[in-house]
Design a binder for this molecule. Structure first.
Ligand code: TYM
Length: 325
């Protein structure tokens, strides 16, 4: 039997090259060797202030972007989290074996509760995330580096559940890409590229025009030196651009350094921009060609299958915890 993977993305808009490199790229690759399950985690996106009138659009657009990035709905199961209520039911059960202190220590909780204000959903977010993963009994979770802490909590909960109620869930492994597990902001290369950064110039969106991409890379913050070297301590801006260049051109970083070391930042940035344009443009074009009805049909079909499987798993969980015979 093929091993299984699960991963998710929040439909919060502004999907950027960090999401693509950290996550989607691996989602696509893993379709060849794993049974793949991917989810637009809409319940998670409700933990920060949002506009209900825009939410449907954002949910559909995120689903389209996953398909546009190369996830094939014939090979992968793709659905909206809220269409499969078993996720939330399992999150409740897992919450009864989760310590509050552990949740309060989560970096994402600390960051978001500063910005968005505290609410119970934001605190318990990682428990729902653990439920997303374990309900499909998956072995691997392709994510960017920023999800490490959440994956650790998931593994703790798996161990706790299995020892308290009997073996049920496998221990899931985190899968991050070798290059680009943490794509940094173009305006501040010491903080990660993020959907919520107030500066649009800090991120390259998968919907950006070719010219937007060129402009953003041209204005990316580097340093006052002029040599292209891969050195995260001394040259984080240049190192970040080297990673983007490498991922989208398929060329090793050492090759790029060899070619551009003395070329000056202008020429280096122009070449990096063309590589990023050539990677992003086809995704953007596919995204624009997918209709709302088409994506809704894909998501509905995925949800029907996911519900059936999640219900089978919950039947086993309910027995283990003493909720059914
Ligand atoms: P989210 O929606 O913030 O991001 C989706 C994916 O993109 C990755 N990512 C990055 N990778 C590299 N560099 C960056 N700058 C960057 N920014 C984002 C994230 O690591 C993620 O893989 N909690 C999750 C969603 C989630 C989930 C799950 C993921 C809910 N349930 C179950 C996996 C399994 C999140 O907020 O991702």
């Amino acid at each position: 039997m093929k091993k299984r993977v699960f991963s998710g993305v929040q439909p919060t808009g502004n999907v950027h090259v960090g999401n693509y490199i950290g996550a989607f790229q691996n989602w696509v690759r893993m379709q060849d060797t794993y049974e793949t399950i991917y989810c637009v985690v809409d319940l998670h996106a409700m933990t920060v202030p949002y506009e209900p009138a825009d939410f449907m659009r954002q949910r559909l657009d995120m689903a389209k972007m996953i398909v546009a990035s190369g996830v094939d709905p014939h090979r992968s199961l793709l659905y909206f989290q809220s269409d499969v209520p078993q996720h939330a039911e399992l999150a409740w059960i897992l919450s009864t074996i989760t310590g509050i202190g552990q949740l309060e220590r989560m970096t994402q909780y600390k960051e978001k509760s500063d910005r968005a204000g505290q609410n119970l959903g934001l605190l318990s977010y990682p428990v729902l995330m653990a439920a997303d993963i374990v309900i499909h009994k998956v072995h691997a979770v392709p994510v960017g580096d920023d999800q490490t802490q959440h994956l650790e909590l998931t593994r703790d909960l798996v161990e706790r559940f299995n020892s308290r109620f009997g073996d049920e869930f496998p221990l899931p492994e985190r899968i991050t890409p070798e290059i680009g597990a943490r794509v940094m902001s173009l305006q501040d290369p010491t903080s990660k590229m993020s959907k919520s950064d107030p500066s649009p110039a800090s991120r390259i969106l998968l919907t950006d025009s070719d010219d937007d991409i060129r402009k953003k890379i041209k204005s990316a913050v580097t340093d006052s030196d002029r040599y292209v070297r891969y050195d995260w301590d001394e040259k984080p801006g240049v190192s970040n651009l080297l990673e983007l260049f490498s991922v989208f051109s398929g060329r090793p970083i050492s090759d790029l350094v060899g070619e551009y070391e003395d070329a000056g930042y202008g020429a280096f940035k122009a070449a990096a921009a063309e590589a990023v344009v050539s990677g992003v443009a086809p995704i953007r074009d596919r995204f624009e060609s997918i209709g709302d009805d088409e994506i809704l049909a894909i998501m509905d079909q995925g949800a029907a299958t996911a519900r059936e499987r999640a219900e089978a798993e919950m039947t086993s969980v309910r027995r283990k915890v003493g909720l059914s015979a």
